[in-house]
Design a protein around this ligand. Structure first.
Ligand SMILES: *Cc1c(COP(=O)(O)O)cnc(C)c1O
Length: 460
């Protein structure tokens, strides 16, 4: 194999030591397309070296997104990198795999009336993540509201908590829907059925319930919200569909608490989004939205694409998209099955609870969520320990651990918390290492070693 050389025109490329070539002496091109080419190996090394400066993804406890998969899954996904998901006619096997994934998700969420032989009987699509899924679900709600209200309709509104993920704010702004944010308060970081009832009216396109909020990982009382809306409709009030944002909880709760009714078992739930790249355990780039039944997805939104030889119904925002993520998701589904997901989620929950128990031993710490809803631990400081959660986050960072600190949403902004997302690949051993680092950081701060506090941005 040739040694790395920065200069492809150099006849001696094979004997130039890597870092005395262009690699060692020149800056990385950043502003303009460079004039000359370089050897592939050199380009690789240039970029590889810069990426060393990223934090280690496995120590990033801020993200919900998968950072470890079986090597076999990685290999399959690499093999499918060159397939464009949209070319369904050209890649019928990938298209079939996508449809099977959609069917499995719809079945997991108890969609009624699914065929036992035809995966196409599920109504849903795979997306690039929950963000795209939310846009599609929101559009379906808006279209259904318009069909129902016709000219009588005013400005459409969506009822949701101030704790929603930012994508819901985007949906409302991009698609001109009035967001009716229900406030949080100290000690309550989910919405209540009473708040929902006070906020809805005839022009409410839907109510959003979150299964695993971004802020604390708590489950909103979806069943109770549905029952309150059922009672409202039964009294002759507006009949309002519920959408469940199960981005983080959709692949955890069905395995941790299968008896909990939050999904299509509740007749009022019209649609659900979930991120395959969160507890679906697939590398980033995959989500799903599924509808209860075909009538929940207005036909007007579905395009029949005849481009590239087939006649395919599509409902997505992107046209081209890599096919590899759906392949990775399918790998997980068939490799793990129900039993595999259950044992992974159970062990993640146990690790999260172990971390929460260690944290609860500190006098100065109040645990908000202990990892039993989904494997997420959130906690705050109590009393006045003389330092902030931002200081703690900063101190942990010096040891490589990324634990985000952020303020709670309206109207509890004066509460700031730290959050640890326990994911596949975060072993009990690593959890033990984290708690050693945590203890160190905590004691240092207690002893008065104050870092220059930097309020880190909120990580989703
Ligand atoms: C992560 C998240 C989203 C956004 O999902 P992506 O898959 O990152 O696009 C939306 N809602 C909630 C509750 C989330 O946790």
């Amino acid at each position: 194999m040739p040694l790395i050389s920065g200069d492809v025109s150099d006849d001696n490329a094979d004997i130039t030591p890597a870092y005395t070539g262009r690699l060692g002496v020149e800056a990385m091109p950043a502003l303009r397309l460079p004039d000359e080419s370089i050897a592939p190996r050199a380009a690789y090394q240039f970029i590889h070296d810069e990426l060393m400066l990223d934090g280690s993804s496995r120590l990033n406890l801020a993200t919900f997104v998968t950072t470890w998969m079986d090597p076999e899954a990685g290999q399959l996904m690499t093999e499918a990198l060159d397939k464009n998901m949209i070319d369904k006619d050209e890649y019928p096997a990938t298209a079939a795999i996508e449809q099977r994934c959609v069917a499995m998700v719809a079945d997991l969420f108890h969609a009624p009336g699914l065929s036992t032989t035809d995966p196409a009987s599920a109504t849903g699509v795979s997306t690039i993540g929950s963000s795209e899924a939310v846009m599609l679900a929101g559009l379906a709600l808006k279209w259904r509201w318009r069909a129902k209200r016709g000219d009588a309709g005013g400005k459409p509104n969506l009822v949701l908590g101030s704790n929603v993920q930012v994508v819901w704010e985007k949906f409302c702004r991009y698609f001109e829907v009035e967001p009716r944010y229900l406030p949080m308060e100290h000690g309550r970081y989910v919405i209540t059925p009473e708040q929902v009832l006070d906020a809805v009216d005839e022009d409410t396109i839907g109510v959003v319930g979150i299964l695993g909020t971004t802020f604390t990982g708590e489950l909103e009382p979806i069943k109770e919200i549905c029952e309150a809306l059922d009672a409202l409709a039964a009294k002759g009030g507006p009949d309002i569909p519920v959408h469940v944002d199960a981005a983080s909880g959709g692949f955890a709760v069905p395995f941790l608490r299968p008896e909990l009714e939050w999904d299509f078992r509740l007749p009022r739930v019209a649609s659900i989004n979930v991120s395959g790249h969160k507890y679906g355990l697939t590398y980033p780039g995959i989500g799903f939205v599924v509808w209860r039944e075909a009538s929940c997805l207005p036909e007007d939104l579905v395009f029949r694409v005849s481009y590239l030889g087939g006649d395919m119904p599509t409902f997505t925002l992107n046209f081209s998209r890599p096919g590899n993520q759906v392949v990775g998701q399918y790998y997980n589904f068939i490799r793990l099955g129900h039993a595999g997901y259950t044992s992974i989620m159970t062990s993640l929950r146990d690790t999260a609870s172990w971390v929460a128990d260690r944290l609860a031993e500190y006098d100065g710490i109040e645990v908000i969520t202990d990892g039993t809803a989904i494997p997420v631990v959130s906690f705050m400081l109590k009393g006045d320990p003389g330092f902030s959660v931002y200081d703690l986050s900063h101190e942990l960072r010096t040891g490589g651990w990324q634990v985000p600190a952020y303020p709670m949403p309206a109207d509890a902004e004066d509460v700031s918390v730290l959050r640890i997302v326990v994911r596949e690949g975060f072993s009990r051993d690593l959890a033990g290492q984290l708690m050693l680092a945590f203890d160190d950081a905590y004691r240092r701060l207690q002893a008065g070693v104050r870092p220059e506090s930097s309020a880190s941005g909120f990580a989703h």
